[in-house]
Write a protein that binds this ligand. Structure first.
Ligand SMILES: [Zn+2]
Length: 380
């Protein structure tokens, strides 16, 4: 299969014009709408310009759309024309773009308006509905596809095989933990035919290395506090910089400046405590959650940090990850929502006994597809 968005003949062409031997970079070409059935992954950390690239595809499509019937034949398969681009975004993402018009495809330096060719969907069934309602659309740009259900990967693959539709996924493949984002990300990698990697500069002020990772941090009192490893996978939030314990900020970082404290604690201590609680022995977990909530210096987490990071050159940075609050809430969301280790009954009991932040937990668990309502008094 040819490499797409790359023009191997440009080097020969420049040589033929008499250019001396010099470093020739890949040509940044217009988008190819002629090849049917492509599933294109646009990957890169936050701030690498994924949405901007998607906006370029949109503008290229407008240029190609003004061309002749001959071009239509090249860009169409049956009823679908890949120059007709439609933008798909998640319903839960709506609040991120409140400052823009409803139909805006917004990126860092501006936005384009998509008119009726944009939809906010909840899941893969929503995507099927949009495709049914727009039978002539040939290209779908699906923003942050990892936020949707796994089924989406097969809906997409089948539509591209059966109808020749093209799909473009501007998406994070790695989460802030440097893991594959989730199963949906894994399946989308499986079905992709093309990958366009984008990078950004590491955003650390002392660094010029390329950044491959998304770094999550909170800002407390003007201080950068790295997110703990067991911070919730999905946090719904805006793009603006926030001073908040509940809503993080993101930056693109290189390996060296991507701080991720608490990984050892998560696997060495927190998960085993959750597993024991799942077997009915919850005393140690309750004690730890209590400490995380009201006196973090008495926690096993703190003990681990002192042992692990005291002599590290970034010790202060690592320790500042304990400044944002809600550590107990985050640990419970991890054990219940993500790892499925503790019962809803134990979760509810801890939430009420320790007077944890219910709105934060309900919002976080819902965003991570394990909704719980803590409005019933519990009975033991
Ligand atoms: Zn760096």
């Amino acid at each position: 299969m040819p490499t797409i968005e790359k023009n191997p003949s440009s080097e020969d062409f420049l040589k033929s014009l008499g250019f001396p031997t010099l470093l020739v970079h890949d040509t940044f070409t217009h988008f190819d709408f002629t090849t049917p059935g492509r599933r294109v992954l646009l990957i890169g950390p936050m701030g690498s310009g994924k949405t901007e690239f998607a906006a370029r595809v949109w503008r290229d499509a407008a240029v190609a759309g003004r061309k002749s019937e001959r071009v239509r034949a090249m860009t169409s398969t049956g009823d679908v024309d890949r120059r007709h681009v439609f933008f798909i975004r998640s319903e839960i993402d709506k609040s991120r773009f409140q400052d823009y018009p409803e139909d805006a495809l917004a990126f860092r330096s501006g936005y384009i308006r998509c008119g009726k060719d944009i939809a906010h969907i909840r899941d893969s069934f929503g995507l099927e509905e949009v495709m049914r309602d727009n039978p002539g659309v040939g290209t779908y740009i699906i923003d942050e596809a990892s936020f949707f259900d796994e089924r989406l990967a097969y809906v997409v693959r089948n539509a591209s095989l059966e109808k020749g539709c093209m799909f473009i996924f501007p998406t994070l493949v790695l989460n802030f933990r440097r893991d594959l984002f989730n199963n949906t990300a894994r399946l989308i990698l499986d079905i992709a035919t093309d990958v366009i990697p984008l990078t950004a500069y590491c955003e650390h002020p002392d660094c010029m290395d390329p950044a491959f990772y998304t770094y999550r941090y909170y800002t407390v009192g003007g201080k950068e506090c790295p997110a703990l490893f067991f911070d919730p996978l999905i946090v719904v939030g805006g793009d603006q910089v926030k001073e908040s314990t509940a809503e993080p900020n993101y930056a693109a970082r290189c390996d060296k400046h991507h701080y991720l404290p608490g990984k050892e604690y998560t696997f060495f201590t927190l998960k085993p405590l959750g597993e024991a609680a799942g077997r009915g022995d919850s005393a140690s977990l309750v004690k730890e959650i209590e400490a995380l909530h009201s006196n973090v210096e008495a926690s096993l987490l703190y003990e681990n940090f002192i042992k692990r990071y005291s002599d590290d050159e970034h010790a202060e940075k690592y320790m500042s990850s304990l400044l944002p609050g809600l550590i107990a809430e985050k640990a419970l969301c991890y054990l219940y929502g993500e790892q499925n280790l503790i019962s809803e009954q134990l979760l509810t009991q801890l939430v009420f006994d320790l007077d944890l932040d219910i709105p934060y937990m309900e919002k976080t668990l819902a965003a991570n597809r394990r909704p719980v309502r803590f409005n019933q008094p519990y009975l033991i």
